[in-house]
Structure formats: structure tokens, C-alpha cells
Design a protein around this ligand. Sequence first.
Ligand SMILES: Nc1ncnc2c1ncn2[C@@H]1O[C@H](COP(=O)(O)OP(=O)(O)O)[C@@H](O)[C@H]1O
Ligand SMILES: CC(=O)N[C@@H](CCC(=O)OP(=O)(O)O)C(=O)O
Length: 327
Amino acid sequence: MNEGRGRGFKEGVFALRPLPSDLKKGDMEMTPLDKGLDKARVLIEALPYIQKFAGKTMVIKYGGHAMLEQDLKEKVMLDILLLHSVGIRPVVVHGGGPEINSMLTRVGKESHFVRGLRVTDKETMEIASMVLVGKLNTEIISLLNRFGGKAVGLSGKDAQLLQAVKKPMKFQNFQGELEDVDLGFVGEIEQVRPEIVTSLVEQGYIPVISPVAGGEDGESYNINADTAAGEIAKALKADRFLLLTDVPGVLRDMENKDSLLSVIKKDEISGLIDLGVISGGMIPKVECARAALQGGVGSVHILDGRIPHAILLELFTDGGIGTMFNS
Ligand SMILES: Nc1ncnc2c1ncn2[C@@H]1O[C@H](COP(=O)(O)OP(=O)(O)O)[C@@H](O)[C@H]1O
Ligand SMILES: CC(=O)N[C@@H](CCC(=O)OP(=O)(O)O)C(=O)O
């Protein structure tokens, strides 16, 4: 199903004879040499991608349900470190919606969303900041650094990285009329000042950014993490923008996990939304994918963060595992 992405690299020297991992059970026991060859083959398949991506910036949006399991979290961190070790420049933007929900429940507050955006009153903003900046950002950089990385935590407020204004929102009522909805401290990004990120990246650090922006008025604004990551990817003119989520990618039929759309062209996105193929939480993702492509990002990938090493499988294998958006 993933064949035909046309990434253009052929398997190298190892394609000429059956690979040890291709042998069926019972054909032959794998010898230590076979196992070694298998590992070599994996590295060789990755080689053209490693060469192609060296020095390139990749923005990785990590969030949602893909962030909840410790074992998976560690695998995501190892993937990011591997990218960094082969000369790629990863920039991480994280979410944490489910963790904000649990913290709000613990303090007896309900979560309300309008078109995927959390209605954010003053107290919710404080709690969202505590969870995103205080807890999750620190946890991610601690993990990366524990595994030997040099990660630096930032929020969108640092060095005015993300400047926002209050986001206006209209909502259609039961009579079909458009009404204004007050989302509170939900922000719309007005300006991205990527210099702090660029200078950290140039010095070999991995920036890890939480989606809280500052406003002219000195307030903090809550930004959807997909949107924040997309804006940052655009400002950095990233080569790749990866969104990790909890589905295999964009499915043609939500009931059928095998109906993955492996490649979507930028111009096909509106049609898929109009047809109802893409709905709910997937809409902001594909919309920020489109905006990122329009803003000069090379390609955008939506992939299943629940699959161990999803990032490596997407970037360094010929078929990839998720949905790739390109122009
Ligand atoms: N065509 C589609 N393919 C896959 N998922 C879709 C599609 N349309 C809607 N969705 C929904 O989008 C969700 C992903 O968005 P969301 O829950 O906001 O992700 P996250 O929490 O990772 O940011 C999926 O869990 C699924 O319910
Ligand atoms: C305005 C808005 O909705 N902000 C999000 C920010 C976190 C986020 O987007 O996290 P995920 O990527 O894990 O969903 C929120 O408060 O949940």
C-alpha cells in the first residue's frame, strides 16, 4: 500500500539475493553473520536518506496520545537523537492536550473545545502553562539529555519566538447563523521570530518548544500545538515537518485501518475535507500541512506516533509508514 510513493531510491547491493529476514521460518536458522548482514542492510537502505537530509532542518510535532506511554516516549526521543547524530537539525514542538485535560479534571474544571481549540479562561491558561512549560517541556528535555542529547527547552514566549493576538472565532448556531465565540486566551500567531531557534540549532542544540505564545499586552496565549509547529516549520523553511498522532496517517475510510492515503498533493486537501474524508482533529493538521507547504516547507508527514520508531521508518525507508503531503 505504501509502494509507489516514488521516493526514487533503489535498494543497494543487498537486493541481489534473498535477505536473511526474507527467509521463511524453517528455511534456515539465521546465523550471526546473517543477523549482521540484516543490520547492515538496514543501514544501507537508510544511507541515501542520511546523505540527502544532512544539514536539513526537520520540525517534529510531538503530542496528543502519542505522548502518553513512557516506552514510546523514549523511542521517539531516541529517533530524534539519531536524526541529530547523522547531521539532521531536529526542532521539537510538543503538545499535551490529554495531560492538560487530566490536570483540569483534577482541579475540578471541565474541558471545552470549539473546532478542536480549548476554550481557555485565565485559570485554564495558568494550568495549561504549568503542564506544557513546567511539566512536559522539562520531561522531554530531561529524556533527550539523559540519552546523551543537548536539548534546550523554550516556550513560544522566549525571545518573543511566538507573538500572538486573541483568536477571533465564529460558530454556526442551530439556526444556521454565525455567532461570535469567546475562546478566552487562545491565540492566533501574528509573528514568529525564529532567531533563537536558529542560533541554538547552529550551536548543535535540539530546541524543544511548548505552544504558549506571548502577546503585545503581556498576556500568555494558548496555541494549538499543530498550528504552532506549522508556523515554526514555515519560519525555519524546514525541509520536513512531521506530525506524530494516534492514527496511521490520513485514512480514506476511518473504519478501515488499511485505507491509508500514502501521498496527498497539497491541492487535493480541500476536496478531501469537502467530501468528509478528513474530519475532526485531522482538519487542523491537514490545514497546517497545507499552510506549511505554501510557506516553503519541503514535505509534511502525518504518522502514527504509537508505532515504535515511527520517525525513522517514515524518513529512512523507501515506502514510509504514514501520509506524505507534497506540492
Ligand atoms: N481521514 C482521517 N484519517 C485519520 N484520522 C482522522 C480522519 N478524519 C478524522 N480523523 C481523526 O483525527 C484524529 C487525530 O486528531 P487529534 O485527535 O486532534 O490528534 P492529536 O491528539 O494527536 O493532536 C484521529 O484520532 C481521528 O479520530
Ligand atoms: C488552543 C489549544 O487547544 N491548545 C492546546 C495546546 C496543546 C495541544 O495542542 O496538544 P496536542 O497536540 O496534544 O493536542 C490545548 O490546550 O490542548
